[in-house]
Structure formats: structure tokens, C-alpha cells
Design a protein around this ligand. Structure first.
Ligand code: FE
Ligand code: ZN
Ligand code: FE
Length: 195
């Protein structure tokens, strides 16, 4: 595809996001089904609903530009979701599984946040206020979904995952630093996933 200006780049970015969102739409319900924690399942299920709206917004924005979605596969999201799938196939304690899936979902959210953040900036620079407004709505939803996951991880799941490693392996796990999926609320490993 010819990319001679910022408008072309915006269209490519939107098509990439469209592919990312439709992949998420297929994958998220499977993750929601897999998790044990009820609060986490609710958050993921709510984000499926939001993702449906985000797909529609992208169709709307592209349509307004005289473009249509399709013809582009988001390999970034494909890879992130593949990693989530690998996690789901692990033989893990439920709370460790939940902690691992939160990490995977947050990586996907951060990817989307980067895509929408740039798209909003491009739309504004191009003077397309309507596109900027719609894309900013999706950006806001992604950021809130990400914060919600951090909150669930820090208040319950990471703490439970840390406890399960206490039971299984005692302090050796923590001192060797192998249990970096969960981590105690006050430890640096839990702070790493909090933003
Ligand atoms: Fe999304
Ligand atoms: Zn992509
Ligand atoms: Fe999202």
C-alpha cells in the first residue's frame, strides 16, 4: 500500500486496530471462561461488550474516511493472544493461572492503548475531530480496562498466587525470585504490573 502521508498511516493503523479488536473479540470470552476469580471474569466479560462497540467505532471512523476494514492482519495481537493461549494450556494452580492471564490481557490492552493513542493524535493533527472523539472513547475504555485488571491483580489474585507458592515451595521460591507472576502486594514484583 502506498503511504505518502499521515492520513494513509492513520488508515493503516485503524485497519490494524480493527484486526486486533476482532481477534480480541474471539479470544476474550475463552479467557473469561478459563479464569477462576469471579471479579476477573466479570471484568473480562464487560470488556467483551466494550470490544464489540470498539469494533463498530472503527467501522464508523473508517467508513467516514471512505475506507473499509479488512485486508490487514494484526500480527502483534496475534502473537500476544498466542501467548495467552499457551498460558491457558499450562498445568497451573488456579490463582497462578489467573495471575498469568491477567499479565497476558494487560499486555494486549497496552498494545491497544498504544494504537489508539497514536490514532487519536493523528486524527487531531489531520483536523478530523469526529474521528478523534470516537477513537478517544475507545482509548478511554482500554485504559479503564487496564486499570481494573491492575486493581484486581493487586487486591486479590497476585496475593493469592503468592500464598499458593508459600504452601507449595515455602520461602525458597521467593528468595530465588522464581515466583515473579504474583508477588506480594508490597514487593517490587507486584509493583511491576501496576500503573
Ligand atoms: Fe479493544
Ligand atoms: Zn497490530
Ligand atoms: Fe481492550
Amino acid at each position: 500500500m502506498e503511504m505518502s502521508n499521515l492520513q494513509d498511516l492513520l488508515v493503516e493503523n485503524l485497519k490494524d486496530l480493527y484486526s486486533a479488536e476482532t481477534q480480541m473479540l474471539k479470544a476474550l470470552p475463552k479467557v473469561a471462561k478459563k479464569v477462576e476469580n469471579e471479579q476477573l471474569r466479570e471484568a473480562l466479560t464487560m470488556h467483551v461488550k466494550e470490544t464489540e462497540q470498539q469494533v463498530k467505532r472503527l467501522e464508523q471512523v473508517l467508513g467516514q474516511m471512505g475506507e473499509k476494514p479488512g485486508g490487514k492482519k494484526c500480527h502483534g495481537m496475534e502473537g500476544l493472544l498466542e501467548e495467552n493461549k499457551e498460558m491457558m494450556e499450562e498445568d497451573a494452580e488456579p490463582e497462578v493461572m489467573d495471575a498469568g492471564l491477567i499479565v497476558g490481557c494487560q499486555k494486549a490492552e497496552h498494545y491497544e492503548i498504544a494504537g489508539y493513542g497514536s490514532a487519536v493524535t493523528f486524527a487531531k493533527l489531520l483536523g478530523n475531530q469526529e474521528a478523534a472523539r470516537l477513537l478517544a472513547q475507545s482509548l478511554d475504555e482500554e485504559e479503564r480496562a487496564d486499570k481494573k485488571l491492575t486493581q484486581i491483580a493487586e487486591t486479590t489474585i497476585n496475593v493469592e498466587a503468592a500464598d499458593s507458592s508459600d504452601d507449595a515451595e515455602e520461602a525458597t521460591t521467593r528468595s530465588s525470585g522464581r515466583s515473579n507472576v504474583g508477588g506480594r502486594k508490597s514487593s517490587s514484583s507486584s509493583r511491576r504490573s501496576s500503573r
